[in-house]
Write a protein of this length. Structure first.
Length: 94
């Protein structure tokens, strides 16, 4: 897991990392709210959730300062990484 977000490429890497963890992340959702559907247990420990919330906050800041839409950036990564781009148009293509 990336440890600090300083560039738009870092924002993209963060989303890649979340997809690798098996999470369908949404920028507006706090990570302590993620639950494993099979076990009903929290997906992240308090420490893991805190780190991811910090990284998401940094991602918002980087996207805002770079005039990038965080929702489009993260959706693009998610769609490509999951292969769903074959069925759902990428934000960059609209």
């Amino acid at each position: 897991m990336i440890q600090d977000i300083k560039t738009l490429a870092d924002v993209q890497q963060f989303m890649h990392d979340l997809v690798k963890e098996g999470v369908n992340a949404h920028p507006d959702e706090l990570f302590e709210n993620y639950v494993n559907l099979e076990t009903g247990e929290p997906t992240y420990t308090a420490e893991e959730a805190t780190l991811r919330n910090l990284l998401m906050s940094q991602s918002f800041d980087i996207c805002e300062s770079g005039n990038a839409d965080i929702y489009d950036v993260m959706m693009e990564v998610f769609l490509k990484d999951t292969g769903m781009d074959k069925y759902i148009p990428l934000p960059s293509s609209i």
